[in-house]
Design a protein around this ligand. Structure first.
Ligand code: LRH
Ligand code: MN
Length: 430
């Protein structure tokens, strides 16, 4: 039986921290009560928060230069699920896993679904892959996939996406995410208008294969792997496409897929207002699509994004049902620690956004009082809500201090024994 972190072990470790947590929780409760806020409401929100983890995030990530594999790497989708299970045992907000096909293509979907269920895990959005050529693949995606000039390559890419949906149906998933790297490296290489026409033609074929209760997410990206033009490069083009496709198509926002300094929280507000926000691939970045840990570089931006989401949630905006997923690459850290702490950063931003005094903000906005408007947001962003986050984890059976409990468990060292390293480091994102 593969080693895992048992709930009793987590409870044992929590006992060492419970007294100070209760003390801090009561103190924060008194502070919030003075502002007419019931801390228990916020703790309920923290407990109910959910974000999916990417199966491809539990292995060590890399760049085009190199990938330095860590000890005890998961070698197949089952070991990836074991690691996702551990993340959820620690933070209790990540019971869903987003798979990538063919990296995670199961021999038996029924078996994989049962394996996941036994660990309290479900499957979130499926992800297709027409940005790499697989061994034995008939036609190459070197010059594109869904937008390739050769209809046979487009048909191959459409068929792959329909196959992903079939696997997803067997696993109980309810959405499919399409990201393609199609584009050009030089001026003149790609006809901008015809490429978009081909993209829409291919998406219509995928959309036609979508079960009635599924959603199709399309993911825009400014650049990489194409370095001059990318067919689906921004949210406006994405919105135009999903509106064209129909009511089951939505625009997914990967935070790293925008030029530096783009106002992503405003893009989020737009897509909410237009009823086409699919959800997110949360991560952070300093320059390009760095896939760094959520909230690690621009925590205020993450808070401002959740401020828009909570504003819509509290207003009860029609059809507002965003899917939250992490999409990160862990090149120098333990992926389990990185995904656990990143999930916590999302809950933090979500709870802080619920601390915004929306009546005061609306009044300040109405009288164009920029100072008070910003102060109202900053008051929430600077609130130390750690006792709420830890109490929510503790009450749900998770760890008060996930990284400390994880390290005390010796999980990684045990996995290094159980999972002898596969030869060769190589390069590339996974
Ligand atoms: C593209 C992307 C996409 C995934 C891939 C692993 O940059 O964000 O969401 O398919 O990363
Ligand atoms: Mn992504």
């Amino acid at each position: 039986m593969a080693f895992t972190i048992r709930d009793e072990f987590v409870a044992g470790e929590n006992r060492k921290a419970l007294d100070w947590l209760r003390e801090d929780y009561e103190h924060l409760g008194r502070q919030l009560r003075r502002r007419g806020i019931d801390i228990e409401r916020l703790t309920e929100r923290a407990t109910a928060f959910r974000v999916a983890v990417p199966s491809w995030g539990v292995g060590t990530g890399g760049t085009r230069f190199a990938r330095f594999a860590g000890p005890g790497e998961p070698r197949d989708v089952y070991e990836k699920l074991d690691d996702c299970d551990v993340i959820n045992r620690l933070v209790r907000v990540t019971p869903k896993v987003s798979l990538h096909i063919p990296w995670d293509a199961p021999e038996s979907a029924t078996e994989l679904r049962a394996f996941a269920k036994a660990r309290g895990l479900l499957f979130d959005s499926m992800n297709s892959n027409t940005f790499q050529d697989q061994p034995g693949q008939e036609r190459s995606y070197k010059f594109g996939s869904l937008t390739h000039t050769d209809p046979a390559v487009r048909a191959q890419a459409v068929a792959h996406n329909l196959e992903c949906i079939e696997i997803g149906k067997a696993l109980g998933a309810r959405s499919h995410t399409v990201w393609i790297g199609d584009g050009g490296n030089f001026p003149g290489q790609v006809h901008f208008r015809r490429a978009l026409d081909r993209y829409l033609e291919s998406l219509r074929a995928i959309y036609a294969g979508l079960p009635g209760d599924w959603r199709l997410f399309i993911e825009h990206k400014l650049y990489e792997p194409a370095f001059y033009s990318t067919v689906l490069n921004d949210w406006g083009t994405s919105y135009t496409c999903v509106r064209e496709l129909g009511p089951q198509a939505f625009s997914l926002v990967d935070l790293g897929h925008h030029a530096p300094n783009v106002n992503i929280e405003m893009i989020v507000a737009r897509l909410i207002q237009l009823g086409k926000l699919a959800g997110f691939h949360f991560n952070d970045s300093k320059y390009g699509d760095d896939d760094l840990d959520a909230g690690s570089i621009k925590p205020f931006q993450l808070f401002l994004i959740f401020n828009e989401l909570v504003d819509a949630e509290r207003e009860g905006v029609a059809g507002f049902d965003p899917a939250y997923m992490l999409d990160q690459s862990h090149n120098v850290t333990d992926p389990i620690e990185a995904l656990a702490t990143s999930a916590i950063e999302l809950v933090r931003a979500y709870v802080q956004a619920h601390l915004v005094d929306r009546a005061a903000l609306a009044e300040a906005q109405a009288r164009n009082d920029a100072v008070v408007a910003l102060q109202t947001l900053k008051q929430a962003f600077t609130a130390d809500v750690r006792p709420i986050l830890a109490m929510a984890r503790h009450r749900a059976g998770g760890a008060i201090d996930p990284v400390a409990v994880y390290r005390a468990s010796g999980y990684r060292a045990r996995k290094a024994e159980e999972r002898p390293a596969a030869a060769g480091g190589g390069a590339g994102i996974v």
